[in-house]
Design a protein around this ligand. Sequence first.
Ligand SMILES: NC(=O)c1ccc[n+]([C@@H]2O[C@H](COP(=O)([O-])OP(=O)(O)OC[C@H]3O[C@@H](n4cnc5c(N)ncnc54)[C@H](OP(=O)(O)O)[C@@H]3O)[C@@H](O)[C@H]2O)c1
Length: 504
Amino acid sequence: MSEPTHPLVPQPCTLVIFGGSGDLARRKLIPAVYNLLLDGILPPNYAILGNGRTPLSDADFRQTAREAIAKYSRQKISEKVWPDFERRLFFVAGSLQDPKAYKALRQRLEQIETDLKLPGNRIFYLAIPPTSIADAVEGLRSAGLVQPPSSEGPFSRVIVEKPIGRDLDSARKINEAVSRVFDESQIFRIDHYLGKETVQNLLVLRFANSIFEPIWNYKFIDHVQITVAEAEGVGTRATYYEEAGTLRDMVQNHMLQLLCLVAMEPPTDLGADSIRDEKVKVVRSLRRYAPQQVGTYVVRGQYTAGAVSGKPVVGYREEEKVNPNSETETYVALRMLVDNWRWSDVPIYVRVGKRLPKSATEISVHFKRAPMVLFNRDSTALDQNVLVIRIQPDEGISLRMMAKIPGTSLRIEPVKMDFHYGTSFGKASPEAYERLLLDAMSGDPTLFARRDEVEEAWAFIDPIEHAWSQKENAPPLSFYPAGSWGPEEADELLANDGRTWRRL
Ligand SMILES: NC(=O)c1ccc[n+]([C@@H]2O[C@H](COP(=O)([O-])OP(=O)(O)OC[C@H]3O[C@@H](n4cnc5c(N)ncnc54)[C@H](OP(=O)(O)O)[C@@H]3O)[C@@H](O)[C@H]2O)c1
């Protein structure tokens, strides 16, 4: 086993959660801190201070945290650990639009830091609607709560949740508002896909093994597929979803991040900026669609009534809080090209959707067929070698290759070499938010998106949204029954190139 190249050393700090009374805090953030504590990797001294308009007392917040951990945590409540964890949870109510709220926050924060002998390191987590981000950072600045970056003295960092805007213009405005108060080195833009173990393993797979890199290019790779399938519908997020749609909600951030890790050049080192420099080059190299090409290369779909896992479900337009004539997409498939030497003319097909037959995320790299000689001579062409990186569930990697079926006649069939994280390492992967919070406490921004990455991604997305929003000649919305693999047009996208989607 090799030594870790990046030992993370989280610093004692206070995590201030704006949106501490919200869904994200309950389902992800508080359970994540608790799991870090149980795993013994939280700094020895820490506190969590929640904020929201709901008038919660510390006791209420502690009770909510306990219920959230009981429901959502990877590990169970330990009565031995709980009393010390609980006494480090606090809540201060107040509106982000009220200057007095920041004064109250400051007083409370300083009191907690004195009582717990914390060094004044602060991480402000903005788990709030994007429309309040500018108010939040400005409020922090005017209350004197943000320290400039320095190697000495306590640190101030801010974690910004997605969505960062709804187009390039609004993303720039949010980034500018945050940059007026925090230096880029203090800003951690979260994309929780980057916190997933298998996603990080992509870099290891590509650059710690000598066998893949020489064939990771247009000479050997026929095409790549990236799939993020969700069995769930829009659930309780309809109001947000109606505004955003799948392209903004999933493609602009998670899908492009995955694509970057598959397609990037080897970085010069493992430094945060070296990796992010290479990722941003990929986004810049993406071929942009002309307005008249959007309909040909991008499919947008919406689910109708159907059945998922045998259970009948309503169509998107029948969901609560959804406009019955909604044009919002719940499915997107794209044919993308990275215009650089490595990926010349290698299509990268991306699909993502709700109410598909199951929830699964994977990347598959399809290699070119063996030459049409020897075993590949007759009309029944051999299958391609396919390297599959399963991101969830059952994280792992498999390689499909050809093998002879035992017997006297020569019959060839594809077989699979399979690596499962669970069985090989014998322990569950930590949740993405655990890793990312730990990185923020340690000051390592590698797994967070830099400003230029976010803005370049919007520059790619904007023309598609623009084409879809045309009054006339907008590419049509396609429909698919819930429980199917998406609209027929998505199959045609690949069929036009003589290819098919991989069956998951
Ligand atoms: N939930 C997720 O799984 C998820 C995943 C990825 C990203 N996100 C993003 O994370 C953010 C929060 O999402 P969420 O699902 O937790 O939303 P939510 O359940 O609606 O919670 C929003 C939180 O923000 C607080 N808030 C809103 N406006 C405020 C104001 N003017 N002053 C003070 N507090 C205010 C609310 O507090 P009060 O209600 O007490 O006022 C609440 O705690 C959003 O940007 C969302 O897009 C969420």
